[in-house]
Design a protein around this ligand. Structure first.
Ligand code: SF4
Length: 271
């Protein structure tokens, strides 16, 4: 791992995401090394030539300045790294951002694949509006290892959701990205519905360099599915997603499960 400390002027920046007004990323790079990581584009903007997952820049903030209009705004932590990646244990940069935010009246959304998030439960309890999302797209840990080799295990993440509930912290499970024929939404909901506040669903989008990487993995390890992936990702057939979206919606409605759909998220508009 190539590690650097870099001076950073702004911990919190305006968001281009449709679901948040601001974002905070305490790190550049992410050691979780998910094979489908869209954040890999950050290499271009930060002069990194190493493979994604092989470098991490730790942002050093002199003082964290909050945006003047942060009151009642939403902030996502994080969008292009995992805020609780293993370097957070030593460097506590995400914690530093949260400390700066805790007296402001904003809506904080944490999103992680790491059990390290549990360390900050006492801090979360000091916020008025905070929710913690855990991304999980399978209950099969051998599949998880293939796609998210360094993130927490399936059991580890389920335990995070349970523990957050026990401490009264609002939580949600982000089923993202959903892999066709491999992400079994019913199984995941069955395992977690007793302690999850709501679910979000997002389909797997494949673009740029990681499209080839993911399709090669499917061809080698799940060859019986490769023809379907070609249909979706090479021929551009959207009927699988259209059907799945309807199916998930009906399942959640029938079972009184609170949910948000983020399929084709380019269509989501800022409210
Ligand atoms: S945890 Fe998120 S940012 Fe990190 S590699 Fe995985 S998808 Fe990318």
């Amino acid at each position: 791992m190539i590690l650097k400390e870099v001076l950073s002027k702004s911990a919190i920046t305006k968001s281009k995401l449709p679901v948040a007004d601001y974002v905070a990323n305490a790190y550049i790079g992410c050691p979780h090394k998910c094979i489908y990581c869209y954040a890999e584009f950050m290499r271009r903007f930060t002069n990194h030539y190493e493979a994604w997952g092989d470098f991490i820049d730790i942002k050093i903030f002199d003082k964290i300045k909050l945006p003047k209009d942060i009151e009642n705004k939403s902030i996502t932590i994080s969008s292009v790294t995992d805020p609780y990646n293993p370097y957070e244990i030593t460097y506590k940069k995400t914690q530093q951002i949260l400390e700066a935010l805790k007296n402001s009246n904003c809506n904080v959304g944490i999103l992680t694949k790491s059990k390290n998030v549990l360390r900050d439960i006492p801090l979360f309890k000091q916020f008025k509006n905070i929710e913690v999302g855990v991304s999980l797209n399978t209950v099969d840990d051998s599949f998880r290892k293939r796609i998210e080799p360094a993130a927490s295990t399936v059991e580890g993440r389920i335990n995070v959701l349970k523990t957050l509930r026990e401490h009264g912290i609002k939580n949600w499970l982000f089923m993202s990205p959903m892999f066709p024929f491999l992400s079994d939404y019913k199984k995941i909901i069955e395992r977690t519905k007793d302690f999850v506040d709501y679910y979000g669903f997002e389909n797997l989008n494949l673009r740029a360099g990681y499209k080839f990487r993911v399709l090669s993995m499917i061809e080698q390890k799940y060859n019986h599915l490769y023809k379907y992936y070609k249909e979706i990702y090479i021929k551009g057939n959207t009927s699988f997603w259209n059907l799945l979206e309807k199916e998930i919606t009906a399942y959640c409605e029938d079972n009184n499960i609170e949910y948000r759909m983020y399929f084709y998220h380019e269509k989501i508009k800022k409210k």
